[in-house]
Ligand binder design. Structure first.
Ligand SMILES: [Co+2]
Length: 474
């Protein structure tokens, strides 16, 4: 989930022109411009196995196949299995014989009965950091509990990441033009809940494991923060659309935030390549003791080395300058640190033990957003009280429901509907106007423009970075 540049830093990136005073007629897809999106993401590479007790030959193939096998057609399942088995079995990992279904409905606990899930991509901090590490080993080491070195926490993170990979793989294999955004969003959410083995319908259940925030499906010039709302006119995905798929999975409050972009026309390949490169550049440059300004500069340089030709016209790919990557706290998708995609003077350093969502957005438009119509999601504000006593009794009841089911996790109206809430709009608006809930609106670049997003969650561990959400797709 993208983070808005904080107000007190926004002057650093301001542009004198107002890109939004121009006419709103665009070159394509803009009539559906009320849709925002989040990030999405891809699948796990067959790699990941550091769980080396390989006690069953078939398990390797089964694990690699897990997210691929289509169970609604015996023929294609067999074909897929044969094809996969030809792969050299280099990676060792533990797996069960069970395969993931399509749509994904097999709980991860059945696929990984040991409770151990694939490790994320391991990246070194580089030689400068090794010196620091040695210094620490000599006695500078900080005391205290360090969650990222705790196996139980790592198991939670890795499980959340594996759920993300398996669900996004299904999205990448089955989503196509003609489907509604509601069907795509609920498909993702039903998949996540099924794989977590937690429907999240009883109070408190969703706080144990569930969606990390509202599923984002942002189209074209909608850069981020769009999710379909109940009762709104259905949006149907079109062949020309560029869709950012951004969803989160949490286990015990440890949130994996990862996003990818889908298009069905090769016209946009260079736009997607630019943003994927920018995000991977951010990941490569991130690390303990690294200044945020240095990560931003590297991201900007990567993104701006691309251009994209759309229907005969060439556009530079611009980093979106009022959105940022961000750190993630337990049960809090946006922590205090932000990582812009453009040059800045932020000397703040990344620190050991922190978790970052490294994401970038690139656009063929102005590279600045403004709020679109509607609301994407709601989240408790930082200073929300434990209880409220507002004049509107429905607001007080709703507040209790929100605290019980979401806590500080950002939610959307569809998540309230499935809990059986109804006629909650007045209560929601009351909580927003009293500063108890923050409301997030869709973020739009100019009409007719196209934007893309890629995002991974990384753990800054003691001795290396773990790109927890990395897959073989992105
Ligand atoms: Co994010």
């Amino acid at each position: 989930m993208g983070s808005k540049t904080p107000d007190d830093e926004r002057h650093m990136y301001q542009d004198r022109d107002d890109p939004f005073t121009a006419s709103s007629s665009g070159t394509g897809g803009e009539q559906r411009g009320a849709h925002l999106a989040r990030d999405g993401d891809g699948c796990m590479a067959g790699d990941g196995g550091t769980n080396d007790d390989d006690d069953d030959d078939d398990d390797d193939a089964a694990r690699v196949d897990a997210a691929l096998t289509v169970t609604n057609s015996a023929g294609s399942a067999d074909a897929s299995k044969k094809k996969k088995r030809k792969r050299p079995k280099k990676k060792k990992s533990k797996a069960s014989a069970t395969k993931q279904s399509s749509p994904p409905r097999v709980p991860l606990a059945d696929l990984f009965p040991s409770g151990k899930y694939p490790e994320g991509e391991r990246l070194s901090y580089g030689s400068a950091f090794e010196t620091t590490t040695r210094a620490r080993a000599l006695g500078v080491r900080r005391g205290g509990y360090r969650p990222l070195e705790d196996d139980a926490v790592l198991d939670d993170y890795r499980k959340a990441a594996e759920v993300h990979r398996q669900v996004r793989r299904w999205v990448q294999q089955t989503v196509e033009p003609g489907q509604t955004l509601t069907a795509i969003a609920t498909g993702i959410e039903d998949g996540v809940r099924a794989l977590l083995g937690n429907p999240g319908l009883e109070p408190g259940q969703s706080l144990k494991a569930g969606l990390g925030f509202p599923t984002g499906l942002a189209l074209n010039n909608c850069v981020a923060h769009y999710t379909p709302n109940p009762g709104q006119k259905e949006v149907v995905l079109q062949q020309q659309d560029v869709m950012k798929v951004d969803f989160g999975v949490h286990v015990n409050g440890w949130i994996v935030d990862s996003a990818f972009t889908m298009s069905f026309d090769p016209t946009y390949d260079d736009l997607l390549a630019a943003v994927r490169d920018a995000t991977n550049t951010g990941i490569k440059n991130a690390g303990v003791d690294v200044r945020i300004s240095d990560v931003s500069a590297a991201i900007q340089e990567a993104m701006e080395s691309y251009e994209v030709e759309i229907r005969g016209k060439v556009f530079p790919v611009k980093p979106v300058r009022d959105l940022c990557g961000h750190d993630i706290k337990r049960y809090r998708i946006h922590g205090e640190k932000t990582i812009p995609f453009v040059k800045n003077s932020n000397q703040t350093k990344m620190e050991e033990g922190e978790v970052f969502a490294i994401e970038t957005f690139g656009s063929t438009g102005r590279g600045v957003t403004r709020n679109g119509d509607g609301i994407y999601g709601y989240g408790l504000s930082h200073d929300a009280p434990a209880h409220v006593a507002l004049p509107l009794s429905s607001a007080n009841r709703l507040y209790k429901t929100i605290k019980e089911n979401f806590g500080t996790i950002v939610f959307c109206r569809r998540y309230l509907d499935r809990l059986g809430c109804d006629r909650y709009l007045a209560g929601l608006n009351c909580l927003v106007s009293n500063g108890i809930l923050d409301a997030h609106q869709p973020l739009m670049d100019v009409a007719g423009s196209y934007s893309a997003q890629f995002e991974h969650t990384i753990l800054l561990r003691e001795s290396h970075k773990e790109v927890i959400s990395r897959g073989d797709d992105y």
